[in-house]
Design a protein around this ligand. Structure first.
Ligand code: NFA
Length: 101
C-alpha cells in the first residue's frame, strides 16, 4: 500500500559541443610549379585531379583558396605536411590554417 514506486523528478541534460573546424588555406606564390601543387593536393588532401586543379588555379588567380576544413589538429598536421613537401623540393609553397567563423 505505501510502497508506491515513483519516477525521478529531475533529468540531466548532457550538452555535447561540436569541435570548431579549421580551414586549410593554399597561398599562391610565383615559383611552385602548378603540377606540383596539384600533386600535393591530391596526395595530402585525397582530392581528384579535377578538384585539385580547381583549388590550385583558384589560389593562382585570387592569391589564396580554402582547400578543406578539419578539426584543429588535423588541419595543422595536413598544412604542415603539405608545406614541408614543397620545402623538400626547394619551393616556397605555403598552406596556412585558420578557425572557421
Ligand atoms: N603561381 C604558381 C605558378 O604560376 C602556381 C601556384 C598555384 C603556386 C597555387 C602556389 C599555389 N607556377
Amino acid at each position: 500500500m505505501n510502497d508506491t514506486v515513483t519516477k525521478p523528478k529531475t533529468r540531466t541534460k548532457i550538452k555535447v559541443e561540436r569541435p570548431k573546424l579549421h580551414k586549410v588555406i593554399l597561398i599562391n606564390d610565383d615559383y611552385t610549379p602548378r603540377e606540383f601543387v596539384t600533386m600535393i593536393l591530391k596526395a595530402e588532401f585525397r582530392m581528384t585531379e579535377d578538384q585539385a586543379y580547381k583549388v590550385m588555379i583558384t589560389a593562382h588567380k585570387l592569391g589564396a583558396c580554402v582547400v578543406a576544413v578539419f578539426t584543429k589538429d588535423v588541419a595543422e598536421t595536413k598544412a604542415t605536411r603539405a608545406t614541408d613537401a614543397g620545402r623538400a623540393k626547394g619551393y616556397p609553397l605555403l598552406f596556412t590554417t585558420e578557425p572557421e567563423e
